[in-house]
Write a protein that binds this ligand. Structure first.
Ligand code: G1P
Length: 303
């Protein structure tokens, strides 16, 4: 008999970080609101959750994050001005973000790390499995990852994390997984996890990228998790406990992602994401690509 696992409907998006890598832009604006082409980075993330069938979204925010709430709320003034002008297409753009999902907010208070941010979601999530999406990781909408993770969770139960092969020299920037194969191409079983290891001690070059589908047992573990790397309560440390003892909350699997991912928390990658997504846009792409080609040619002649 196949076991049925409860359906996943809730997504948690930690968004309390200070965004210091983008100062001064983030002095008075949350980093999640920085535009990627013409949409705030955070909207891509909420759209991704909704495409995977999760339309109950909880954002874990902090001070100075009011613009996030405003962005996903109605803006009657703007809507009525655009309605009066008969500008339907811009009106649709304004309404898109408020119609997307049922949004909820909770404040983290003290920024004590990602594990602590996830723990702040416990009262809202309750006893169901749920997804966590980190705003700095932008997954190309054409390479659905979360949907696949939900599918794997529904099949195996327990928790599922997203992994990606990275250059071994970069593994110290990520949580890193030791895995064993399952016989299913893109699915591996996690045997252990370590947060941001030195490359010499890393068990693999498989990095955790910011997508998780978690069994609610993680909350009980997070409550007892001591501060780890950087003095912060690390989600990776709690997941390591889940992986080490299946009795706690079922197995932990990994989905190895081979699609396009951008780290919008890194300035270089942020610029690359904008250029790529702009090139591929039907409205902006043709003109932008022509300009870009000419620009690169000029640059090469000059060098
Ligand atoms: C967090 C996690 C880390 C993960 C990374 C993915 O780190 O702690 O395990 O690999 O996100 O982006 P952060 O980048 O927030 O320091």
């Amino acid at each position: 008999m196949t076991e049925t696992h409860p359906k996943i409907t809730k997504a948690v998006i930690p968004a309390a970080g200070l965004g210091t890598r983008f100062l001064p832009a983030t002095k008075a604006t949350p980093k999640e609101m920085l535009p990627v082409v013409d949409k705030p980075a955070i909207q891509y993330v909420v759209e991704e959750a909704v495409s995977a069938g999760l339309d109950d979204v909880l954002m874990v925010t902090g001070r100075n994050k009011r613009p996030l709430e405003d962005h996903f709320d109605r803006n009657y003034e703007l809507e009525s001005a655009l309605t009066k002008k008969g500008d339907q297409s811009r009106l649709a753009k304004v309404q898109e973000s408020s119609d997307l999902a049922t949004m909820h907010y909770v404040r983290q208070g003290d920024p004590r790390g990602l594990g602590h941010a996830v723990l702040c979601a416990a009262p809202h999530v309750g006893h169901e499995p749920f997804a966590v999406l980190l705003g700095d990781d932008l997954i190309d909408p054409r390479d659905p990852l979360l949907q696949r993770m939900v599918e794997v969770q529904q099949q195996h139960g327990g928790s599922v994390i997203a992994l990606m092969e990275v250059d071994p020299a970069q593994i110290h920037l990520y949580g890193c997984a030791a895995v064993k194969p399952t016989g299913e191409g893109d699915v591996v079983q996690i045997t252990s996890l370590v947060e941001k290891p030195d490359p010499a001690d890393a068990p693999s070059n498989l990095a955790i990228i910011g997508r998780y589908v978690l069994d609610p047992a993680v909350f009980g573990i997070l409550r007892k998790t001591e501060p780890g790397r950087g003095g912060e309560i690390q989600l990776t440390d709690a997941l390591q406990e889940l992986a080490a003892d299946e009795e706690l909350g079922g197995p932990v699997h990994g989905v190895v992602f081979k699609g396009r991912r951008y780290d919008t928390g890194d300035r270089g990658d942020y610029l690359r994401a904008i250029v790529r997504l702009a090139c591929e846009r039907e409205d902006l792409g043709p003109d932008f690509r022509t300009w870009l080609r000419d620009y690169v040619t000029e640059e090469m002649q000059g060098s």
